[in-house]
Design a protein. Sequence first.
Length: 392
Amino acid sequence: MNIHEYQAKGLFRDFGINVLDGLLAVSAKEAVENAKQISGGIWAIKAQIHAGGRGLGGGVKIAKSLKEVEKYSKEILGMRLVTPQTTSDGKIVKKLYIEKGCDIKKEFYLSFSFDRSSEKIALVASASGGMNIEDVSEKNPELISKILIDPMIGLSNFYAIEVISFLNLDKHLGAKFNKLLKEIYDLYIKTDAIMVEINPLVLTADDEFIPLDAKMSFDESALFRQNKIKIMRDLDEEEPSELEAKEYGLSYVKLDGDIGCMVNGAGLAMGTMDTINSVGGKSANFLDVGGAANPETVAKAFEIILRDKNVKVIFINIFGGIVRCDRIAKGILDATKIASVDIPIVIRLDGTNKSEAMEILKEANLKNIISAKDIEDGAKKAVKLSTQKSLA
């Protein structure tokens, strides 16, 4: 679960982390009134959406007068903001965060996140803040420090000393940075966060470390004990189809491509998407029907995929282990009764009850169903069909 910058900074304050004064606004008029309450004469007008890279899309402006606050607020509110972290459709801005400006001496990057491969907490730091950390990692990996923290040990001083040394901070700044690290780590642990990212973390003209931006994500499985976090959920920022999918036990993420995917198992789903990409296609979604799929859930998965008008073909890739292939076949037929399916469906079924499943589909005599012998064959057929206007 993600939250907005203004919510993350509210949590920062609760944990003693120094942040700039800021207020939420949902109209240009409210933005001006809030700016009047924030001293300094310079304000950052920030779009509040669940995505980074807002500045690149015009979602962050610096105002030097109340007239500019009003002007920029009107420009940003209601805009469809497209960033490197949104789909091509972008997100509509409904909220603004009006924040006090500051004099910046230097920018850093800092984050805590869960590293699944090592089952440890990754502390990542860089003196190249304010940039896309993935770009820095790719082009200049030597500028990034990644330390894996054993959660049984916690953030010991030797971890902090290693980061402070890497960032080349003097004793005075090192002490302040060490304090900040401990506060953020405390926040990360006590809120069941899976990521706390500050980019940039700025060093001000008066030698104070200030989080200029803040992103937080949380473990949804732990929300039962995080009531304060739970109520921060903004359903307007989430894809309606993704929320509906969760109700049916489906894992669905909308993407930008035109080949719909229905797969069982997250690993196979990722492999399917990679294979589609390798043969020149682009997936329209990630959809894992899971191990307990039944005709009802498969029909719902079909319905959700078909809502995306960009989808030109659907690739169903099922390996029957826990979930039986004949169940998937019945779900496909049920879905065709619910929705008008006028696009091709490429199906690769293998494993438990494969023969029964193929017989079910054969008897249905659906002309838009194309069988595939393996994942690569299925991906190639899906890509080819996605470039055609119809089955004819």
